[in-house]
Design a protein around this ligand. Structure first.
Ligand code: PMP
Length: 354
């Protein structure tokens, strides 16, 4: 017997590389290429650093209030966390305790199976169809411990219509259905309106993508009051002060500038649609993206080769050496200038290869 026999062993999630060099075109972790709303800078500049000696508000009151106001729900229906990773991890811990397998797609956010392993939750990965679409029928009439759907899905970029999400939520009233909407602001339909009808739904979103604040680590979730109450009980049994003072202030400031938020989302969508067209001309194929990234495969050149070539040229994309998707590249939508450089490098390389 050694101390190692008592260790909780897990195979950790591997996040995309964060390069040390500043001259990299970073298209590998779906960050926003634009800065946060100008008001964010203002509140951070004006912060009284003397306050940092005090713990932050354990209830994250100002941010919860701002989110409730922005999305038109009550404050008791809002939960916040240190990025949506924290929110999702707490939700897995809180809601998936029946011992029955939880269900999620075989190709989806690859943190889901890691949390399931960490918390010893059995799970079943349901194959997407050939076009990387979720087959709603696969999630109906199953005796399961819960369901997790990223909508739009990642890394595929494919969105499921709200009516399909509703079919899944309504057919599984005896378990919690988590809808992870990290990318919803780039073209998905939020399940938030379904809260009026269903008490078994948790809708999770983030400031990391459409609000340009991945570095601040702010995630949030909406659910009925009772469901959020259970989530808070687990949260406060784990960490009393998850959100730091700058994050709370910055989060509120970002929500106050709706026009800026709409402007940067609009810009990213426009760039994405243009880049999709150019990539198709270069011989790539992919499903239309409803997100701030494109998940693309080339008709002739292996994805891994393109990934390595781009890296050599200082352009980082994301490559997953996993079944079914090991010939795909996930490319985040950057600024127009960054995407022009990407397309130039691809044109040069593929022109010589094909
Ligand atoms: N859900 C999905 C589908 C994601 O792709 C990500 C980003 N890696 C997250 C959740 C977590 O993002 P964050 O913790 O930055 O909110």
């Amino acid at each position: 017997m050694s101390w190692e026999d008592g260790v909780r062993r897990v195979v950790p999630y591997v996040p995309g590389e964060q390069p040390k060099r500043a001259d990299i075109i970073k298209l590998n972790t779906n960050e926003c290429p634009y800065p946060p709303a100008p008001g964010v800078r203002r509140v951070l500049d004006e912060m009284d650093y003397g306050e940092f000696r005090l713990y932050p508000d354990p209830d994250s009151g100002v941010l919860v209030k701002a989110l409730a106001g922005y999305y038109g729900v009550s404050e008791k229906q809002v939960f916040v966390g240190v990025g949506s990773d924290d929110v999702l991890a707490m939700a897995f811990l809180t809601f998936f305790n029946t011992g029955k397998p939880i269900l999620f797609p075989d190709i989806t956010y690859s943190f889901y199976d890691v949390w399931a392993d960490l918390f010893r939750i059995p799970f079943e990965q349901i194959p997407l169809d050939e076009d990387f679409k979720i087959r709603t029928e696969d999630y109906l009439g199953r005796d399961c411990g819960g369901i997790v759907i990223a909508n739009p899905n990642a890394p595929t970029g494919v969105a499921l219509p709200l009516s399909e999400i509703e079919r899944i939520v309504s057919a599984n009233r005896d378990v919690v259905v988590i809808v992870d909407e990290a990318y919803v602001d780039f073209g998905g339909e939020s399940a938030l309106p379904l809260l009026k009808k269903y008490d078994n739904l948790l809708v999770v979103q983030t400031f990391s993508k459409s609000r340009a604040m991945a570095g601040m680590r702010i995630g949030y979730a909406f659910g009925r009051e009772k469901l959020i109450g259970y989530l808070l009980d687990c949260r406060f049994s784990f960490n009393s002060y998850p959100m730091n003072r700058p994050a709370l202030a910055a989060g509120v400031a970002a929500l106050e500038d709706k026009a800026y938020f709409q402007e940067i989302c609009g810009k990213i969508i426009k760039t994405r649609d243009r880049v999709e067209e150019a990539l198709r001309e270069l011989g790539f194929f992919f499903a239309d993206s409803s997100t701030n990234f494109v998940f693309a495969s080339h008709r002739e050149v292996p994805a891994k080769e393109i990934f390595e070539m781009l890296k050599d040229k200082g352009i980082y994309a994301r490559y997953f050496a996993k079944p079914r998707i090991d010939n795909y590249l996930r490319i985040t939508i950057g600024t127009d200038v960054e995407m022009a450089r990407l397309l130039e490098v691809l044109r040069e390389y593929l022109g010589g290869r094909c």
